[in-house]
Design a protein around this ligand. Structure first.
Ligand code: HSE
Length: 441
């Protein structure tokens, strides 16, 4: 019999409960501890679990859970390698520092790891998968993408019989909330962001979310799972929502679209495109209808066609449920390569050539109120061989400028970029055009 590269280290059901160590006791960590202590037999046919030890930055911070009955570790690496636990749950976050050191240490010992850390896996996932497979440790990360919505399992298990060429969706709840609130309340990006921070919906340092990086980490992982490739965040093309103006949200709506932060990974042969950017999404499309902080995902398989998944992408309960699902998988003995193929065989796909991508686009500009302005703009577009799909001109505004919005037919992105430059160079244009892609979904 061939030897499996993934030795089964699962404790047999019926033995003592599986002892869990939790590093990082913030909102999600507290949710996991609460859930597992209230439901130690949450997977009754498989086995019991018990949290035995914890580690966090501040032992005495006020929390909803009482930590006094758990063994305390100041150092997460000491917890990860301690004999007091059988499985290490990493909820510290961050791609470097203590989270990375602790996960590496646990895997090197052959100890199973469950993590919600998308940044760590998007950047170091290939190296970690190699260690995990060398030592026979499980490395599970359902909670890293879409919180309680099982996108990882869907790709890692449900769709292994198909070839998935595209995953695209809304993977950051904070951005989706901000864009939805701007549209609903007519407030600016800055106003909605400050309110979200005051209510605790957005982080004090929101860069990871609003800069598109969190969605970039997540789509990097989904692409790796979908295509059986090494995750390679450095190759992702990431743009956030900081530059989305209320006026764009309103004008997009008038044209039949809603602006969403779309994360997509597409495979074409040996090439992949992984990108995150704001995009006009047709109002009738299910992605346009996923409002508030919801996450949503399309998966396109050659045999199954299109799947649509929508649900909560964050929060204590849903994320704790995803961590528990991974623990149950481990207990049940499920063994699959971390990213679909054995890590030693994994390669990153080659980044697709930007020049060959196509998109339709929305342009917003303000022009001086002179005869011949429209002709000059349409001439600039014609020189780039861009065809106009729709055109909207508003009345002259105080100050004498006229807002114009147009959308183009799909074209190469290089043509779109050339048109932005050509329009910006026109004397009649008061400021460089704002360009937002139209989602090709
Ligand atoms: N901050 C993320 C979001 C959730 O807003 O969706 C955790 O990944």
């Amino acid at each position: 019999m061939p030897t499996s590269p993934f030795p089964d280290t699962t404790p047999l059901p019926g033995k003592r409960p599986l002892r869990i160590g939790v590093a990082g006791v913030g909102v999600v960590g507290q949710g996991v501890i609460k859930y597992l202590s209230e439901h130690p037999d949450f997977a009754p046919a498989i086995g019991e679990v018990v949290v035995t030890a914890v580690s966090a930055r501040d032992r005495y911070r006020k929390r909803d859970v009482d930590l006094t009955s758990y063994q305390w570790f100041d150092d997460p690496v000491a917890l990860a390698t301690s004999d007091a636990i059988d499985l290490f749950v990493e909820l510290i976050g961050g791609s470097e520092g203590p989270a990375k050191a602790a996960v590496e240490a646990a895997l090197a010992l052959g100890r199973p790891v469950v993590t919600a850390n998308k940044a760590l896996l998007a950047i170091h996932g290939h190296a970690l998968a190699k260690t995990a497979e060398r030592t026979g440790a499980a490395l599970l990360f359902e909670a890293a993408v879409m919180g309680g919505t099982p996108a990882v399992k869907m790709l890692r298990e449900g769709l292994t019989g198909d070839q998935v060429d595209r995953v695209a969706g809304i993977l950051n709840g904070t951005c989706n909330y901000i864009l939805s609130e701007m549209e609903a309340s007519g407030r600016s990006f800055a106003e909605v962001l400050s309110e979200a921070q005051a209510k605790g919906f957005a982080e004090a340092d929101p860069t990871t979310d609003i800069g598109g990086f969190d969605a970039g980490h997540k789509i990097t992982l989904l692409g790796a799972l979908a295509f059986g490739a090494a995750p390679d965040f450095a190759a992702a093309d990431v743009q956030g929502i900081e530059a989305v103006d209320l006026i764009d949200i309103r004008l997009a709506h008038d044209l039949g679209y809603r602006i969403k932060l779309i994360a997509e990974a597409t495979r074409d042969g040996d090439f992949a495109s992984v990108r995150v950017h704001p995009a006009l999404t047709p109002l009738g499309h299910p992605l346009a209808q996923a409002g508030g902080s919801l996450n949503a995902l399309f998966i396109e398989g050659r045999r199954i066609g299109r799947l649509f998944l929508q649900g909560t992408g964050a929060g204590q309960g849903p994320t704790a449920a995803a961590v528990a699902a991974d623990i149950a998988d481990y207990l049940a003995g499920g063994r699959r390569p971390v990213f679909q193929r054995p890590a030693v065989e994994l390669q990153p796909l080659k980044p697709a050539d930007h020049a060959k991508r196509t998109t339709a686009a929305y342009f917003r500009l303000r022009v001086h109120d002179h005869p011949g302005v429209i002709a000059a703009i349409s001439d600039a577009l014609a020189r780039c061989e861009l065809s106009i799909d729709s055109f909207l001109q508003r009345s002259v505004q105080p100050g004498g400028l006229v807002p114009i919005v147009l959308t183009t037919r799909p074209a190469l992105e290089t043509q779109i970029d050339a048109a932005v430059a050509a329009i910006a160079a026109l004397d009649v244009v008061a400021e460089p055009p704002r360009m937002i892609r139209i989602a090709m979904i």
